[in-house]
Write a protein that binds this ligand. Structure first.
Ligand code: URA
Length: 249
C-alpha cells in the first residue's frame, strides 16, 4: 500500500478517484466576473491604508499593514491578526474563512482540529504546509458572536479585508486557488451568500486568470464524514487542474 493510500484510508476517502483530462478541460467555466472590484476607497489615517496603498505594497509592508489593521471592528476583539502562512511563492493557495480561537491565539491559520484535517488533506495530495502551499483566510481577524464563540465573517468584514487577500494573491501568483467552504467560495467568486457549496463543487471556476476549485471546509468535514470522499474528488480535480495550469504557464 502506498503512503497516499494509507493517508486516504486514514481520511476515509479511498479509493482514489480521478477524472479524464478531456472532462476537466471542458469544465473550465468562463469567468463569472472579474475578481472583487475594489470597494470604495477609504480615507487614510495613521493606521488605515487605502485600497490603493495596499495594492502597491510588497510582502513585508502587507504583513505589517495587516498586523495593525483597523479597517473593521474585528480589530477590537482580536488577540492576533492571522496573515496566513506558507511559501510566499506557492503554486497552491488555500483560502479558508477566518481565524478561530486557536488561530487568534497563535497567529497562524488552521492550527486547530480542522487544521489537522487540512494537513492530512495536503499530505494526501503530496503537499505540505509551507512547501509550495500558502494558507490564508478571507478575513485576518477572528469573528466572534455575542457569547464569544467563533462565527462566520459578515460580507462587510470580508469586503473590508478583501484588498489584503487581493494583494496576497497578486504577490504570490499561485497557479491555483482552493476555496475551503462557503464563505471563501462566495467571497472569491462574488456569488450569492445563500448558495450551497455543493452547487459550486465539481467545476473549475476562475478568479481572474486563475483556476479556482471549491471544496468543503475542513471543520465541516469533521462533522460530515460522509462528505470526505467528495472533498477528495475536489482535491483530485484541483490537482489535475494545477497540472494543466502548470503546463500552460
Ligand atoms: N477555519 C478557517 O476557516 N480558518 C482558520 O484559519 C481556522 C479555522
Amino acid at each position: 500500500m502506498t503512503r497516499r493510500d494509507q493517508l486516504l484510508g486514514a481520511l476515509e476517502i479511498g479509493p482514489q478517484w480521478t477524472r479524464r483530462q478531456a472532462d476537466l478541460q471542458a469544465d473550465f467555466a468562463p469567468m463569472a466576473q472579474s475578481p472583487g472590484a475594489p470597494i470604495a476607497d477609504q480615507p487614510a489615517s495613521a493606521d488605515r491604508h487605502t485600497d490603493a496603498d495596499i495594492a502597491a505594497m510588497d510582502w513585508d509592508a502587507l504583513q505589517a499593514a495587516v498586523a495593525t489593521c483597523t479597517r473593521c471592528d474585528l480589530c477590537r476583539s482580536r488577540t492576533r491578526t492571522v496573515f496566513g502562512s506558507g511559501d510566499p511563492k506557492a503554486a497552491w493557495l488555500f483560502v479558508g474563512e477566518g481565524p478561530g480561537r486557536n488561530e487568534d491565539q497563535q497567529g497562524e491559520p488552521f492550527v486547530g482540529p480542522a487544521g489537522k484535517l487540512l494537513d492530512n488533506m495536503l499530505a494526501a495530495m503530496s503537499l505540505r504546509r509551507g512547501r509550495d502551499v500558502f494558507i490564508t483566510n478571507i478575513v485576518k481577524c477572528r469573528p466572534t458572536d455575542a457569547t464569544g464563540k467563533d462565527r462566520a465573517p459578515t460580507p462587510e468584514e470580508a469586503a473590508a479585508c478583501r484588498p489584503y487577500l487581493q494583494r496576497q494573491i497578486a504577490l504570490i501568483q499561485p497557479q491555483i486557488l482552493v476555496a475551503l467552504g462557503k464563505v471563501a467560495a462566495v467571497t472569491l467568486l462574488a456569488r450569492d451568500p445563500g448558495i450551497a457549496v455543493s452547487s459550486l463543487r465539481g467545476t473549475v471556476h476562475r478568479y481572474g486568470p486563475l483556476p479556482l476549485v471549491v471544496t468543503y471546509h475542513p471543520a465541516y468535514l469533521l462533522r460530515a464524514l460522509v462528505d470526505k470522499r467528495k472533498a477528495w474528488e475536489d482535491l483530485c480535480l484541483a490537482m489535475e487542474t494545477r497540472t494543466i495550469a502548470a503546463g500552460a504557464g
